[in-house]
Design a protein around this ligand. Structure first.
Ligand code: HEC
Length: 143
């Protein structure tokens, strides 16, 4: 997969270089490279939350969500929320959950619940905290 991607990038780069001259080609290659590195860093497979967040999220789940949704409800997220992002999920629960008391948690707490949901779905933790920022829109649920 990675090898194929790299070949593709090199191919596109050489076509561009052929048409636009090596300076522009070189510049575009750097841009492609940066985008790719950036894109790779923004994957749920690389660890997107702290274990401490997921632990707090579990307590929050028990207190605020478990009375309506059993844990199975949160699993299979890659299927149920396929090609949606962590930001979509965050907005969904922050906007309407718990259904009997919406918006009763803080943003930080909703993020902790999201971190816990990621952990029960087998996504790895990392050394950066999950934060309520735009990059969450680039973290997609994929199978
Ligand atoms: C009083 C019952 C109740 C509580 C408590 C509750 N929910 Fe829900 N939840 C619902 C109902 C009913 C729906 C379906 C309607 C909807 O989507 O708004 C739902 C839908 C959802 C969905 C979208 C369904 C999907 O496709 O995955 C998510 C995610 C969710 N809840 C998460 C949570 C989280 C997280 C909490 C705790 C912070 C929580 N819920 C607490 C009743 C509840």
């Amino acid at each position: 997969m990675t090898i194929q991607l790299n070949r593709k990038v090199i191919f596109i780069a050489s076509v561009i270089t052929g048409f636009l001259g090596w300076k522009t080609g070189f510049f575009i290659c750097i841009l492609l490279f940066l985008t790719k590195v950036d894109g790779e860093a923004l994957s749920l497979a690389h660890g997107s939350y702290l274990t401490t967040q997921a632990d707090s999220g579990e307590l929050l789940y028990e207190r605020n969500c478990a009375r309506c949704h059993a844990i199975e409800f949160y699993k299979n997220i890659a299927v149920r929320w396929h090609s949606m992002s962590v930001l979509d999920y965050f907005y969904k629960i922050r906007g309407s959950m718990p259904a009997d008391n919406p918006r009763s948690l803080t943003d930080i707490e909703y993020l902790e619940v999201v971190a816990w949901v990621l952990s029960v779905n087998g996504y790895p933790s990392g050394d950066q905290a999950l934060q309520a920022k735009n990059y969450l829109g680039l973290l997609k649920f994929e199978e």
